[in-house]
Design a protein around this ligand. Structure first.
Ligand SMILES: [Zn+2]
Length: 306
């Protein structure tokens, strides 16, 4: 055999021995196991990892509510501040590259929740507008109806237990009250889940509504709670706070407001339960970022809250 052919034969034998050792060492088996593990993981978590993060902005609008939920080019806006916040909100949302709102929610028809709604409806493409089936005779409410009509939109009143997808997040309707005794009681309550993280949005829901939610045994345990009704004494039963058992609570409230919100009893209940509280009158806009497992909190002064 020629020397060159001998070298080729040695090389072939070497490669065969290497492959044999590689297989018998279990290296291939380990690679197979690793890919099997990846598929065994929870489907939701896989999606979260693929498509990135979720951001929830509790926008500082003074004595009012406005919450933006944003994930993978999908947006949901819950409430829109007071009348004078409308234009400010439009420009703030534009700086965040919001051009379309998948779900716009007016939790209930009070000015501090639907005040800026007409500006939002006139400036963004809205897929769906949710509100309770309640009529108000205020000009603010008329302005919202006019803006809906002008933009060929109608409103939908969601039903308890319905779920909506926002990218990889799920929004579940926790409570919508029919024939509410007052407008706060009619507040639409929503729970958002994203992977293993969850948020509860309560509008101005009253203690009576909280009791009804507790009696319905629906899952409300959440990492983040929007404290109902700006921290007033008409909301936040201790039982309810214990059931939600949040790590973080946000109180959307104006500095030195005439209602004396948040009430000291609400603050002491939150404190007693070791819940970390962020108040928009103290820290400005509060932003939560979730990767489906972990939550980061940032605060930023975006408005002169008064
Ligand atoms: Zn309110």
């Amino acid at each position: 055999m020629k020397r060159k052919n001998k070298n080729i034969l040695k090389l072939i034998v070497g490669v065969v021995i290497f492959i044999y050792v590689f297989i018998s060492s279990g290296a291939i088996k380990q690679i197979k196991d690793a890919s099997a593990l990846a598929f065994k993981d929870d489907d939701t978590k896989q999606k979260v990892v693929q498509n990135g993060n979720l951001s929830v902005y509790f926008i500082d609008v003074g004595q009012a509510d406005c919450i933006l939920i944003s994930t993978d080019n999908h947006n949901m806006l819950i409430d829109a501040g007071n009348n004078e916040d409308g234009k400010l909100l439009v420009s703030y949302l534009k700086t965040l590259n919001v051009d379309k709102i998948d779900y716009l929610v007016g939790t209930h028809p009070h000015e501090d929740h639907i005040g800026g709604m007409d500006d939002i409806i006139n400036n963004f493409k809205i897929d769906k507008y949710f509100m309770p089936d309640e009529i108000s005779t205020t000009k603010t409410f008329e302005d919202v109806l006019d803006a809906l009509e002008k933009n060929n939109l109608t409103y939908t009143t969601p039903k308890d237990g319905e779920s909506y997808n926002l990218g990889d997040a799920t929004i579940k309707v926790i409570h919508v009250k029919e024939n509410a005794a007052d407008l706060n009681e009619s507040s639409i309550v929503l729970r958002l889940t994203y992977g293993n993280n969850s948020f509860l949005f309560t509008g101005d829901a009253t203690k009576k509504v909280e009791q009804e939610i507790l009696s319905s045994n629906v899952e409300i345990k959440s990492d983040v709670l929007k404290v109902a009704h700006h921290g007033s004494n008409y909301s936040s039963n201790e039982d309810f706070l214990r059931a939600v058992s949040p790590k973080y609570a946000v109180i959307s409230v104006g500095k030195d407001n005439i209602y004396n919100h948040p009430n000291s009893s609400t603050l002491s209940k939150l404190n007693k339960l070791n819940i970390t509280v962020y108040r928009t009158d103290e820290v400005g806009t509060v932003i939560f970022k979730s990767d489906g497992n972990n939550i980061l909190v940032e605060t930023i002064k975006t408005n002169t809250n008064g």
